[in-house]
Design a protein around this ligand. Structure first.
Ligand SMILES: [Fe+2]
Ligand SMILES: [Fe+2]
Length: 271
């Protein structure tokens, strides 16, 4: 085992403190230091212990909110919620990205990866939008997300958004998708998807568009890098070509999902 001399000396209180120690005390301190380091190294190699479904359920009553509430409705880590900037009168997708979906790192990383790996524009757009609805609501976010965007995007992109949620639960080695550790963490390691998800998966396996949502899951898996620098700018052309921005602004065009955009715009409304 290598000893980091600086860290070792600092752990004893600095050079001055070390100079006051006799030879035997120094040797003993080094031994303790190495034992502690070894314990740390062993601990770091233990596989992560994932919770059970029952343990996750036991956490429900420890929170003042439900986990399914969209992020615009909950404070961060028990803090009060913050004032949010009002939307412009005729909001665009870009306005929502800036004011309601931000920081949107995960979807931007996912779309960046899709672009780099040469996916179709429909898939890149689906990756860019696939989890945006989590600001509004979390359960069944594939279906909610597809509904939110459906009036404005290509059919294939909406299909990919709707069904990425289902395919996230099922590995596909050929496509390079494995079941995510994150799901062991948030659902429990013994979680089984409900019957409607299993039925949806069965339908998708034989669907001619299976690969559309599958490719969203492939780009989903690797898109949680906290250090990645991403922005929406590289996607402006694709948004321009494939997102039908309503001239009245999102929320005011009477589309089937206009009310969802209005709720995102004004989450503080009591009714
Ligand atoms: Fe998702
Ligand atoms: Fe995602």
């Amino acid at each position: 085992m290598e000893v980091d001399r600086r860290a070792f000396i600092a752990s004893l209180g600095g050079v001055a403190a070390v100079n006051l120690m006799d030879h035997e005390a120094k040797a003993e301190a080094l031994e303790h230091y190495m034992e502690d380091k070894l314990d740390e190294m062993v601990a770091a190699q233990q596989p992560e212990k994932f919770p059970t479904v029952a343990e996750i359920e036991a956490q429900i009553t420890t929170r003042p909110y439900r986990r399914g509430a969209g992020s615009v409705f909950t404070g961060q880590r028990g803090e009060n919620v913050k004032l949010i900037e009002p939307m412009p009168a005729k909001p665009t997708l870009n306005d929502f990205f800036r004011l309601r979906f931000a920081p949107a790192n995960h979807v931007l990383q996912s779309a960046t990866r899709a672009m780099k790996t040469g996916m179709s524009e429909e898939i890149i757009l689906a990756c860019l939008l696939h989890d945006c609805v989590l600001s509004l609501i979390k359960p069944d976010h594939g279906w909610w997300g597809a509904q939110l965007f459906e009036p404005y995007i290509p059919e294939k992109s909406a299909f990919a958004i709707r069904y990425h949620q289902t395919l996230r639960f099922y590995a596909d080695d050929d496509a390079g998708y494995e079941y995510p550790d994150q799901y062991y963490r948030i659902f429990g390691h013994d979680y089984q998807p409900p019957q409607y998800i299993a039925d949806t998966y069965k339908m998708l396996k034989n669907h001619k568009w299976y690969m559309e949502p599958r490719l969203v899951t492939v780009n989903d898996l690797y898109a949680f890098d906290p250090n990645a620098k991403v922005s929406i700018e590289p996607f402006q052309d694709i948004i321009g070509r494939h997102f039908k921005q309503p001239k009245e602004g999102l929320g005011y065009d009477n589309s089937s999902s206009a009310h969802m955009w209005r709720t995102l715009a004004r989450p503080d409304n009591p009714l």
